[in-house]
Design a protein around this ligand. Structure first.
Ligand code: SAM
Length: 283
């Protein structure tokens, strides 16, 4: 049975910290919605980031084989240990998720495959996504609540793309599953939320095999807001403008286009076209 965070936290005389993104999920309808969207089977191991008072953790542990939950706030550790004292498929880990390499965390518990399900602290959304995607052991999927505007940026289409959209779509197939009203959280946050699911690609299916070069070019492309791509790339990569203009022309892009207009395939083609110029510059 899921205990209301407000009651549980009162019992432990706990006050939420805004600086740690502490807006606890209050409404069991939404907790169950997250669990359903993640499609967890009894064989699955779930990594939860920020279990808080354990409301989502309780629901996850009723369907998963194991839940490994990493919580940064020391004040919550005794509460979580109390809530899950009888629950052997929940392991509470005290610490900052950004300090834990997912593969180290998983191998420590003899796990070879996992998914992430979480109501994450929004103040580090980008860092969490980068941390998970750059891990040597990728999750199969990531189902999490994020700020509504961030969710909408993740699924952006050419014309509206940004660095977050390109990163999310490079590593995964992203969907907005639902929108979560602010009233489902305690305390009620100032922002609206969305539930997203990212089905993580096998690296063999990435749009480009050299992710490091790909993102070097993408970061340069988005590096100078409002600049035409030809200038952003030439300045950001320190390469001759001639190379940039030739590369854009070769893949059929207008020389005046901007980074937000490109498709994922355009970025992949541009990576191939600029590879020599970028590598020569480095040497
Ligand atoms: N999962 C709980 C729920 O749904 O009610 C709590 C969600 S609350 C939005 C975010 C949680 O992440 C808080 O418990 C907060 O202390 C924790 N947190 C914040 N930064 C963290 C970090 N870097 N690593 C691990 N946990 C963190």
């Amino acid at each position: 049975m899921i205990q209301k965070p407000s009651e549980l936290l009162k019992k432990f005389d706990f006050y939420p910290k805004k600086s740690l993104g502490q807006n606890f999920l209050y409404d069991s309808v939404w907790i169950n919605r997250i669990v359903t969207a993640a499609e967890i089977s009894g064989a699955d191991v779930v990594l939860e980031i920020g279990p808080g008072s354990g409301s989502l953790t309780t629901a996850l542990s009723s369907v998963a084989r194991k839940v490994i939950a990493v919580e940064i706030d020391n004040r919550l550790i005794p509460i979580l240990n109390d809530v899950f004292s009888e629950n052997r498929n929940v392991t509470i880990v005290s610490g900052d998720i950004l300090d834990y390499e997912p593969h180290k965390l998983m191998t420590q518990y003899d796990v070879s495959n996992f998914m992430v399900v979480a109501n994450i602290p929004y103040y580090i959304t980008g860092q969490i996504i980068r941390h998970l995607f750059q891990s040597s052991m990728l999750p199969r999927s990531i189902t999490m609540s994020v700020q509504k505007e961030v969710a909408e940026r993740m699924i952006a289409t050419p014309g509206q793309m940004n660095l977050l959209a390109v990163s999310a779509q490079f590593y995964s197939d992203v969907k907005i599953v639902d929108y979560i009203p602010a009233g489902a959280f305690y305390p009620v946050p100032a922002v609206d939320s969305a539930l997203v699911r990212l089905d993580v690609f096998d690296p063999a299916n990435h749009v480009h095999a050299d992710s490091s070069l790909f993102f070097q070019i993408v970061r340069a492309g988005f590096g100078q807001k409002r600049k035409q791509l030809q200038n952003a790339l030439s300045n950001g990569l320190r390469i001759n403008k001639e190379h940039t203009l030739n590369a854009l022309a070769n893949i059929g892009l207008d020389s005046r286009c901007r980074a937000q207009a490109l498709t994922m395939q355009d970025w992949a083609d541009l990576t191939d076209m600029l590879r020599d110029a970028v590598t020569t510059e480095k040497n």
